[in-house]
Design a binder for this molecule. Structure first.
Ligand code: ASP
Ligand code: MG
Length: 450
């Protein structure tokens, strides 16, 4: 069974931050009968509060205070509902369970408890939003994502199990979709033992794409607070402008290389199943947004510029490296053993430098003392931080004439610590000092887009 034209709509934290914002979202849903599954983030600010409860040792009164701040955000919405009594009981039991966990003695030491605590943000917002939708006349029902979103047991950054998700959704969700609109939680899932997991910060986009894949949807809308994906972060330059279309490849590169609008894994399901992804503003839906599709009408050499902050560069050096066989292999074996993923690499006769991929949505400190000590057993290691990675995203960048010349001419006056070019036709990256990155992005934007 499939639903023709099925659309999955996801609403981010600012879109469900308060009653007025939720009402805008409800209107968007009511206007499109193809929208049958709605995925929500936690109300803006809530997950940050939960993360601080989970990761910091706090006094009893600090914990109570943080819980009060969370309740304050949610009660502001409850108080505007026409019939709050419809959900008081459910909401109260969510609050109680959240409090019990927040005061749990082992919380800061146990990743499974942390994930359970983090899940309350989306569980509360989805409950409230279902009620707002009903007020707008939509036949809506709250659905627990953990019934279908099966993951492995890597708490904090769980990996979805695609086949299981497909099986479970086809069984429990799909047959019901003709009847009503289901409102579910982004970001959370459960493992085989039924324990709550999370997909990493910003993971609600990923949930929406995974459900779109599992339910054979034709489109997946990501509603946020910006009118689409921009040529660069509009906070860096006023000249940034929204892009009407992007390809899956370009969007994936942009998310990987620091564009904040999409969780980096979001494009994977879209790519596998050729699902169109839309990004737009729930406050100004009439302004349109960006459509991310497999084949764009045009594929320009440059599409956008991204920046990823706080990069760490590691340089390993051994006098024996000259002609030494297996040195690189030894280095990368250690890196892989510690689950680190190398991002950019440059080599010279006696030294190798690389940056480590510290996904924007990961809270883990990746490069630990243990890794460094193992490397230091056989080589000199220098770790430098204070770098940003600036990336130009586009198409056929290695073959289009004059592309690199144009890019280099505009950054020629800056000290570029690493350049990565040619391994992939969709990007060209520079590692630059963090103090220079804003100017470099502005300069590149001027040269390429203005
Ligand atoms: N609420 C989660 C976060 O803030 C997931 C999301 O919003 O996508 O990271
Ligand atoms: Mg988000």
């Amino acid at each position: 069974m499939t639903i023709p034209d099925l659309n999955i709509a996801k609403f981010g934290g600012t879109s469900v931050a308060n009653y007025a914002a939720m009402t805008n979202c409800a209107k968007i849903i009511a206007a499109n009968p193809a929208t049958r599954v709605v995925v929500v983030s936690a109300s803006a600010g809530v997950t940050n509060h939960l993360v601080s409860l989970a990761n910091t040792v706090l006094s009893h009164s600090q914990i109570s205070e943080t819980l009060e701040q969370i309740k304050h955000i949610q009660f502001a919405i409850v108080n505007e509902l026409a019939t709050p009594e419809n959900i008081t009981e459910k909401l109260t039991s969510l609050f109680e369970a959240m409090e019990t966990l927040a005061f749990h003695e082992e919380l800061v030491h146990r990743d499974d408890l942390k994930d359970s605590l983090l899940s309350f943000g989306e569980r509360m917002s989805s409950l409230l939003f279902t009620e707002v939708l009903k007020e707008q006349g939509v036949n809506a029902e709250n659905f627990d994502a953990r019934n279908v979103l099966r993951t492995d047991s890597v708490f904090g950054e769980a990996a979805p199990q695609i086949e299981e998700i497909k099986k479970l959704s086809s069984k429990v969700l799909l047959p019901e979709l003709t009847q009503r609109v289901f409102v579910t939680q982004g970001f959370i899932g459960s493992d085989e033992q039924g324990r709550t997991t999370t997909l990493g910060r910003g993971g609600s986009d990923f949930t929406a794409a995974l459900l779109a894949e599992a339910l054979d949807a034709v489109s997946c809308e990501i509603w946020t607070d910006v009118v689409g994906v921009f040529t660069t972060d509009p906070r860096i330059t006023d000249a940034a402008r929204p892009l009407p279309e992007l390809s899956f490849d370009e969007a994936a590169e942009m998310a990987n290389f620091g564009a904040k609008v999409l969780h980096p894994a979001t494009m994977e399901p879209a790519l596998r199943k050729d699902i169109k992804v839309f990004v737009g503003s729930s406050r100004e839906p009439e302004k349109g947004g960006t459509w991310i599709v497999r084949d764009c009408k045009n594929e320009p050499a440059y599409r956008a510029i991204t920046r990823r902050k706080q990069q760490v560069m590691v340089t390993v050096k051994t006098p024996k490296m000259m002609l030494a066989q297996g040195f690189l292999q030894q280095v990368f074996t250690i890196i892989a053993k510690h689950n680190l993923s190398v991002d950019l690499v440059t080599t010279s006769e006696i030294a190798v430098s690389f940056t480590l991929d510290n996904p924007a949505n990961s809270v883990a400190e990746r490069l630990n003392r243990e890794t460094l000590n193992e490397l230091r057993d056989f080589c000199e290691v220098v770790v430098e931080s204070d770098y940003d990675l600036v990336t130009v995203v586009g198409n056929n960048m290695h073959s289009a004439a004059g592309v690199s010349a144009k890019i280099f001419s505009s950054v020629g006056n800056y000290n570029l610590r690493m350049i990565c070019y040619g391994a992939n036709p969709h990007n060209m990256s520079f590692l630059v000092h963090q103090d220079d990155s804003t100017e470099i992005v502005k300069e590149l934007h001027r040269t390429l887009f203005e």
